[in-house]
Ligand binder design. Structure first.
Ligand SMILES: [Zn+2]
Length: 238
């Protein structure tokens, strides 16, 4: 039997129990075990992990752990180099709508099977958002994040910080229902479908070419504006 000592930094402590946080955790293991495997056995999904150091030297998730190793594991830095495209687990419907409202490409269904989610992640190279750690631990998941909060607004704030999305926010150009980019539409072309007060007070409309949902700057618009302003003022947390 071999033993290694893992120390997790920053927000990785969120995955540990209160007693485990901010201190070296000893892990007993047999045979050839990667750092990734042992970190995940302690509950920390690999997409959340950034820098790894073994006995003070640079390591990787694939480094094979040796008896007596001291392993420092840091969270992945905030930011994302590519155009962020997400796929969200079933229980994150509100978060999907909020992210779409800010203009982000989000696939979401309330009846995804785990295998289907994993397949989409792999096929489209999307970032997986899930509170299911076992799902995040799947090998095919390269980029992923586990929202810590159960509150959709707080989850949105976490995602914006983690992937550094503030500068990429382009509100109101994506369908909240189906993710498709919206198009401008003439009032006369949708007039038949509008309620009488909407006909009276609004002149600018957008339509989703996929599901035909109509959007205008009604009462919900100001609430969303306030939320967007709030999101754009977020502070960073590592
Ligand atoms: Zn739509």
């Amino acid at each position: 039997m071999s033993t290694a000592y893992f120390l997790f930094f920053g927000r990785l402590n969120d995955f540990l129990t209160r007693e485990q946080r901010q201190q070296p955790l000893s892990v007993d293991f047999r045979g050839r075990q990667s750092i990734k495997h042992l970190a995940e056995s302690l509950g920390v999904p690999h997409p959340e992990i950034g820098q790894v150091q073994v006995n003070g030297q640079e390591g990787t998730l694939d480094t094979i752990t040796q008896d007596g190793d001291h392993v420092d594991v840091r969270s992945i830095p905030n930011g994302y180099a590519l155009e962020p495209r997400f796929v969200l687990d079933n229980h994150l419907g509100r978060l999907a709508a909020y992210l779409r409202m800010l203009g982000f490409d989000c696939l979401y269904q309330n009846d995804y099977e785990d295998a289907e989610l994993a397949e989409t992640v792999q096929r489209e190279g999307r970032i997986l958002l899930s509170r299911d750690r076992r799902l995040l631990m799947r090998k095919v998941v390269i980029h992923g994040y586990c929202p810590r909060s159960l509150d959709p607004i707080e989850q949105l704030s976490e995602i914006i910080q983690r992937f550094d999305l503030t500068k990429r926010i382009v509100p109101f150009h994506r369908c909240l229902r189906c993710n498709h980019p919206l198009e401008q539409v003439e009032k006369e072309d949708v007039f038949e479908r509008l309620e009488s007060l909407t006909r009276l007070y609004f002149d600018e409309f957008q339509i989703c070419p996929a599901c035909k949902q109509i959007y205008w700057k009604g009462s919900h618009y100001e609430r969303m504006q306030r939320l967007i302003e709030q999101m754009m003022q977020n502070k960073n947390r590592n």
